[in-house]
Ligand binder design. Structure first.
Ligand SMILES: O=P(O)(O)OC[C@H]1O[C@](O)(CO)[C@@H](O)[C@@H]1O
Length: 253
């Protein structure tokens, strides 16, 4: 794992965007795995700016998102389809036919999971996967006690996740209870991974991901076994990392 500590949320996004942009520049037909949530927004803004100012070309890029709420249609403003459109896709020159998210409206979620995995495989697998992290150390919507061998599947959201995501809804009761998410195995098969986190409320989860035991109770801890992960965090999210880890990290001011 490489740890990059930045002094602001914007710089976290900048560091992440540089890695994504480098990937797309060197391999124009890259397959990107993408995340939603508030964390990657500054990265998407930066990538959109790089597209606009220097013409970073997304026309050959394919994207697969991590997850979608079950029962959310793509035109629902709370859906992750909608989020991606508003925060990223409409600002770049990606082709709509190269954009994939799990279908939260599918009748058979087992078949939908299999379909999604086949699509990823048909595109040659994910070159670079972007991840946020939940306060309970989830990645995608893989909640604690996850099965490390799981591929894309239906998940029941933890109460902690429902509470955390209720800020995007009128109330916690409106947050869907189920989602369809890439599994840990899907994520671990990506060639490169970047994990982003900002804010004090992510410090415990970052600690577990970087130096806790590798355990299904902290799903992100499995990333310690991945061959190429960059963890990009602001000072607040890095605040519980021990001096030994901070000593080998890169700090960007
Ligand atoms: O970035 P946020 O809003 O804190 O969300 C944390 C994580 O939870 C999710 O929303 C659930 O998958 C992820 O997309 C995100 O990485």
């Amino acid at each position: 794992m490489r740890i990059i500590i930045t002094d602001s949320y914007e710089k976290m996004g900048l560091e992440a965007a540089n890695i994504v942009a480098g990937q797309v520049y060197l391999k124009p037909d890259s397959v990107l795995g993408l995340a939603t949530g508030s964390t990657p927004v500054s990265m998407y803004q930066r990538l959109a700016a790089v597209h606009k100012t220097v013409g970073l070309d997304f026309s050959e890029v394919t994207t697969f998102n991590l997850d979608e709420y079950i029962g959310m249609s793509p035109d629902n403003p709370q859906s992750y389809h909608y989020f991606m459109q508003e925060n990223f896709f409409k600002h770049i020159n990606i082709r709509p036919e190269n954009v994939y998210l799990p279908n939260g409206m599918a009748e058979d979620m087992i078949a939908e999971g299999e379909r999604y995995e086949k699509l990823i495989a048909a595109k040659g697998g994910i070159d670079l996967q972007v991840l946020g992290i939940g306060q309970n150390a989830h990645i995608g919507f893989n909640e604690p006690d996850v099965k490390f061998a799981a591929t894309t599947h239906k998940v029941e959201l933890d109460e902690e996740t429902i509470q955390a995501n209720s800020r995007f809804f009128a109330s916690a009761s409106e947050v869907p209870r189920y989602a369809i998410s890439m599994g840990i195995k899907t994520i671990m098969m990506a060639e490169h991974v970047i994990l982003l986190a900002n804010g004090k409320n992510k410090a415990k989860a970052v600690y577990k991901a970087v130096c806790g035991d590798v355990t299904p109770e902290a799903p992100a801890s499995i990333l310690q076994l991945h061959r190429d992960v960059a963890v990009i965090v602001d000072e607040a999210a890095a605040s519980l990392l021990p001096a030994s880890i901070r000593g080998v990290s890169v700090t960007r001011k």
